[in-house]
Design a protein around this ligand. Structure first.
Ligand code: SME
Length: 152
């Protein structure tokens, strides 16, 4: 398995070689393919005060293409403007189930200044899959994404 740090380095290096939309698709694909415990990876973007699904990669589409701010783990991360890391989604009150296989989840806000413009959402079929390394590397990536993103 590739190290997350190396995958993020490669993605950041590739940022200037493609437009933001193609780069966001590359991000979700590379993260899901290279990191074993990432089973579904997607971006949500804040559009008219709701989260709207952007680029994603995974075995199945989610029915949650629009999520209210505050609703689910995605809405929580957007309203708190902080990363939400959940070891066991079944134990969390504010969880919106997408896939029955999902056991843990991380949602990392994409911040432009003090405004949350979107987020990276990753589901894992492994319980407690996400560590502080995931958080740090994904937050690093989210900073560059924030600088490049121009819209859905
Ligand atoms: N589980 C998320 C919803 C999005 S899906 O995981 C793709 C949530 O609780 O907000």
């Amino acid at each position: 398995m590739a190290a997350l740090r190396d995958v993020v380095d490669t993605l950041i290096e590739a940022a200037d070689t493609m437009d933001a939309g193609a780069w966001e698709q590359e991000i979700v694909q590379a993260l899901r393919e290279e990191i074993d415990h990432y089973d579904w990876v997607g971006f949500y973007w804040v559009v008219n005060d709701k989260l709207v699904l952007g680029a994603w990669d995974g075995p199945e589409a989610t029915e949650h293409v629009t999520i209210e701010i505050g609703e689910g783990l995605c809405g929580l991360a957007a309203s708190q403007q902080q990363t939400v890391l959940v070891d066991d989604v079944k134990e969390h009150d504010n969880y919106l189930a997408c896939f029955p296989e999902t056991r843990s989840e991380i949602v990392v806000p994409v911040m432009k200044g003090d405004r949350c413009i979107g987020e990276i959402d990753i589901d894992s079929n492994t319980p407690g899959a996400f560590t502080d390394t995931d958080r740090k590397q994904l937050e690093r990536l989210a900073e560059i994404v924030a600088a490049r993103h121009y819209g859905l």
